[in-house]
Structure formats: C-alpha cells, structure tokens
Ligand binder design. Structure first.
Ligand code: SF4
Length: 481
C-alpha cells in the first residue's frame, strides 16, 4: 500500500470513529438535500431544464477554446486584464506579482475553490501579503487552521459551539458575543468590516463567466462577495478555465439550477454580474461611484485542458453546486476531510485524480458505492459513476490496486469462466460458510474480506444457489403457454 493510500485509510478510520462528525454531517447535508427537492418542485419541467443546462455545458466544453477567446476579447474591451495560468504555480505567481506591483499588504478574499486548489493564501502569505477570508465559513476555517470539508458549506463538520469556542480563543470574543448564531455572525461581521476597509486587494472566484459580454457572475449568500469585489481598489478574480457559458441567456438557465441544487434556494441572496472595473468619469458622464480601479482575471488551467476530449471531459461540466456530496452515502459517513484534497465527495473523487493524476489519488474512485444517487441529483446530469468506473479501470490497468486484489481478480475470472469449477467451488464455499455461520450470519470473513465484517455481519449463502433454483422452477423449453 502506498503512503497516499495508507493516509486515506487512516483518515477514513478516524472519520468513522467520530460520532460528533456524523451528527454534524447528518444535520447539514440532510437539510441541504431536503431543500433541493422542495426547490426543484417549483420548476414546471425541471428535467427539461437540466437537459438544457447539460447541453449548454457540453457545447461550451466542446468549443472551449472559442469561448475563452471570445471572453478574453470582450473582457479586455471592458477594461479587464486577462491572464492565463497553465499551472497552479503560474497562477499564484501572477497574483503575487499584481499584489507586489501595487504595494498590497492586506487582501480580502471571498469563497473560491480554485484558490484553495492553487494554494493562493500560502503563496501570498509567503510574499508578505496577509489574506483574510471573508465568507463566514471560510473565515472560521482559516481561524482554525483547518480545511473546508464541503464545497459550499466549508464548516459542515463543526457545530455552533465549536465556532463560539474558536472565536473566544482566537479573537477574544466574550461569551455573550457568541451566545447564538446571530451573535456569532454579528461578531464576525464587525471583525471583518475593518479588514474590508483596509484591504488593498479583493480576491474572488468566478461561478461562471459569460463569453460574449466578458462578464463574471458570482453568487453568494452573505454579501461578502460584493464587498470583496467593490471596496478594494484592485479586484483579482481567479477562475478555472471551464467555468464559462457562451451567453447571458445560457447563464440564466444554469443559475436557475445552481442555487436550487446547492442550498435549495430559487436564487442565491446575491447574484453579482461584474462587467469590467469601475467606469471612470468622462465627458459623457460622471462615471461609476464604486467598484475597483483594476480588474484582473486569472484563468487557471492546472490540468483541466488535459481532460478535454478524453473520457473524463464530462467532469468539466460541473458547476460546483455540492449536491452530489449531500446525497452521497460515502460522504455522509466520512465527511470531506477524509478525501484528502480540496474537492470532496463524488465530484472530488473524479476531479482530484483527473486534475492531479492517479498516483496520489488512486483510492478516491473506489470510495463510492456506485449507487448512482450523485448522477440522479446532478443539475447538469454528469454521469459520475461512469467516470468513477473509468478511473477504477485506469488504476487496474496501472496495477495500482492492493496486491491481494491484483491476484484475486484474475483468479476469480479464471474460475468464473469455467462453469463446472465455479459451481463446485461455489457449493463448497456455501457449505463451509453455513458450518461457520450463526443464525444465518457470518461475523468474520477471512483475510482482506474481514474489512466488511469489522463493521457488519455477512449473510451465509442460501442452501440452494440461484442456478439450482432457476433450473428447478424455470419452464422447460417449449413449455410456455
Ligand atoms: S458533479 Fe454535479 S452535483 Fe456534483 S458538484 Fe458538480 S454539478 Fe454539482
């Protein structure tokens, strides 16, 4: 077993042994998944809308180069600076250079998965720029020196009391200032307001960019996104290169699904469409009163273009709603941290190995029951089980699985393709199991199969196999009436 695999198994074991985590996950993912069902019931033909959204995303990804070119031209015409970052290191260097050139020492940042992916905070910190997360959940994660455990609910693993204690310890909050959730949010707001006023740079992600207008769409529920993108003099928006739609009409389709899938809202509280920096005063008018003087857009590849045209390209349709996490039985049990990367859940099990290769992430495609719930709930109908199976096949082809499985599968194939041997061994195993079982159950299986029986019992095989039953009951050829 590789070090990465061992780390994954350790994290899973720790997560499974944590009842506090289980309660927190049940509470939040249950609420989000329940909200989704109600929100979709308000759309007359949700299925057709999802089909349309999938077509938009499929078309966009199939012609991504054209849409990105169009976006660059339109955004530049609106006064933006568009930068291309082939790798995470290129992206962080670009942002650091922008900050250094403008003498920025404090940046506020709204929630963004791609900036987590490229580890932007660490790079800016090393360059002497303090970054303050302004989304409440991300602010808590930063304060706790932790990692987000959900795409849209970063502190799904924490309780209100955990956050109150953290604010007391790290920010010196009095107990009455963190007595309940409104008090906690008011305290965070007071703390963050000062940072917004002093920051020289605002950093955001991009939910979706619009190719033909050069606009950026950001959806948030806390208003921190608006402060981040309007108060500081410089706004840097970091986007994965797949996060684009051709037109504003296409954006309208995806937005109808995004908030419903993410939080069960018809729309997020704030839907911001940003087209260029603040317009200066001209002879035609007084200009805009707020907004940044400079808007930089850093388009990050970091492995995405490798997926284009391949078996895993479909994952680039993802709009990061998090619905597949909320419905996933595996995520429910182990939470986000156990997945090890920035992207947890079924989507993360494809994105992490897809972007960063299987070497470090070969266990993730196996962390799925393949029940298909993620595919059923995905607003753009990504066939996640198919992608997971494809990755599993790649791990087998690269001989990455555990040694026992590499020996066992060819052995099984040899037996399963020889009916007489298969039936004889099957009946022998069934007899032995029944001798070892109690009340129809086995409480211990041998070797690696014991992983199953450490958590649950295994039923002993029926006295007669399916084939024997079939032969006993199936009508003889020609006997149908
Ligand atoms: S894979 Fe689908 S359900 Fe999961 S985060 Fe992406 S868009 Fe949402």
């Amino acid at each position: 077993m590789t070090e990465a695999s061992a780390r994954f198994h350790r994290s899973v074991a720790e997560a499974l042994a944590d009842p506090h985590l289980r309660q927190a996950l049940d509470r939040t993912t249950g609420r989000l998944a329940g909200g989704l069902a109600k929100a979709f019931a308000t759309i007359p033909d949700a299925g057709a809308l999802r089909d349309t959204a999938r077509r938009i995303r499929a078309h966009t990804i199939a012609h991504l180069d054209q849409h990105l070119d169009q976006f660059e031209r339109a955004a530049t015409a609106r006064g933006c600076h568009v930068h291309w970052a082939p790798t995470a290191a290129d992206a962080t260097r670009l942002v650091v250079d922008i900050a250094r050139a403008r003498g920025v020492s404090l940046a506020v940042k709204s929630k963004s998965m791609v900036t987590e992916e490229i580890e932007l905070n660490a790079a800016l910190g090393a360059a002497g720029v303090r970054v303050v997360e302004s989304d409440l959940g991300e602010f808590v994660v930063q304060l706790a020196d932790d990692r987000p455990s959900h795409i849209i609910a970063p502190i799904v693993h924490m309780s209100r009391d955990d956050v109150a204690r953290l604010f007391e310890d790290k920010l010196g909050a009095r107990p009455d200032e963190v007595a309940d959730i409104p008090a906690i949010t008011a305290f965070a707001r007071r703390t963050l307001r000062q940072e917004f006023l002093q920051a020289g740079m605002g950093i955001s992600g991009v939910n979706l960019a619009v190719a033909d207008t050069g606009s950026l769409c950001l959806v948030t529920n806390e208003g921190n996104g608006r402060l981040t993108t309007t108060l500081p003099r410089v706004h840097v928006a970091v986007m994965g290169l797949e996060r684009i739609v051709p037109t504003a009409a296409d954006l309208g389709v995806v937005l109808q699904l995004l908030a419903r899938s993410a939080t069960g809202q018809a729309l997020s509280v704030y839907t911001n469409i940003i087209t260029g920096p603040r317009r200066p005063a001209t002879s035609d008018g007084p200009g805009e009163p707020d907004g940044p003087d400079e808007l930089h857009i850093v388009v990050v590849d970091n492995g995405r273009s490798r997926l284009l045209g391949g078996e895993l390209a479909e994952i680039l349709y993802c709009v990061r709603c998090g619905a597949c996490l909320n419905i996933c039985p595996v995520y429910h049990h182990i939470g986000g941290h156990a997945y090890g990367g920035v992207y947890p859940g079924p989507v993360g099990s494809v994105v992490s190995p897809g972007l960063m290769g299987l070497d470090e992430w070969s266990e993730l495609p196996h962390a799925s029951s393949l029940c298909g719930a993620c595919r059923d709930v995905c607003p753009v109908r990504i066939d996640l089980p198919r992608l997971l199976l494809n990755l599993r096949a790649q791990t087998v082809a690269a001989r990455m699985g555990p040694a026992w499985l590499r020996i066992a599968m060819p052995l099984y194939a040899a037996i399963a393709t020889r009916p007489v041997l298969y039936r004889w061994l099957g009946s022998l195993a069934a007899r032995l199991s029944r001798m070892m079982g109690h009340d129809g159950w086995l409480d211990r299986l041998p070797g690696p199969l014991s992983a199953w029986t450490t958590e649950r019992d295994f039923p002993v095989p029926a006295p007669r196999s399916f084939v024997q039953e079939h032969h006993a009951h199936a009508p003889r050829a020609g006997g149908c009436e």
